[in-house]
Design a protein. Sequence first.
Length: 233
Amino acid sequence: MKNTTQRIAIVTGANRGLGKEVSRQLAEQGDLVIVTARQLSGAQQTVEELGLDNLLAAQLDITNQESVDQLVEFVEQRFSTVDVLINNAAIHYDTWQNAVNADLNTVQEAMDTNVYGAWRMTQAFLPLLENSQQARIVNVSSGAGAIKNQTGSTPAYSMSKIALNSLTLMLANQLKSSGILVNAVCPGWVATDMGGSGGRPVEQGASGITWAANLPANGPTGGFFRDGEEIEF
C-alpha cells in the first residue's frame, strides 16, 4: 500500500527494455510503480527480477478497452489517484518495408498499439490523473516521429510516432489548465529487443523518460525531448 507522499506510476509495456528500466528507476526513487504487460506472467517476472518492494504487477492490453477499464478499476479501488502515466508500449519497428510497399494491415496494427493505445490509456485514467496534485503523462516516442526525419523507411512505426507526437501536443494544450504536464520523449537508439544490440545503454535512454516524469509544476508541457533537451517535432 502507498504511503501518503508516494506517487503512483503506471508503465505500459514494462516487461522488458525501456519499460522495465523506467519502472526500476521510478521505483528506486520511491514511487509505487504498476508494472504492466499483455501477459500477467511477464509483469510478474519483471517485478521478481527487479526485486523492489514498491512494484505491483498487472495484466494490461492497451488495445482492449475492457482490459484498460479493469486496470482503472483496480487502481481506483487501491489508490484513487495516478500521478504518472508512462505510455511506453509499442510494436512494429518495421525495417523490412517502406512507404511504397507497406502492408497497411501492419500500419494499422502499429497505430492501434502505439497511438490508440496511448490515447485510450490517457482517456481512461484522466479522472485519476486529475486527482493528483502534479500529474505527468509521458509518451515514449522516437526520432522516427520527427517530420524532418521521414525517408519512407519503417513506415508503420514512423507514422505511429508522428501521430503520437501530435496527440501529445493536443493533450498538452487541452490539459494545461489542469496542471497535468504531457510530453513526448525520444529515448534515442537503445539496445533493446526492438532497437537491437547496437544502441546505447537502456539506462541512458530510460533516464530521459524518468526526467519527464519528474518535471516540476512549472516544467514544460507539449514538448518533444531527448535527454532533457527539447528537439523538433
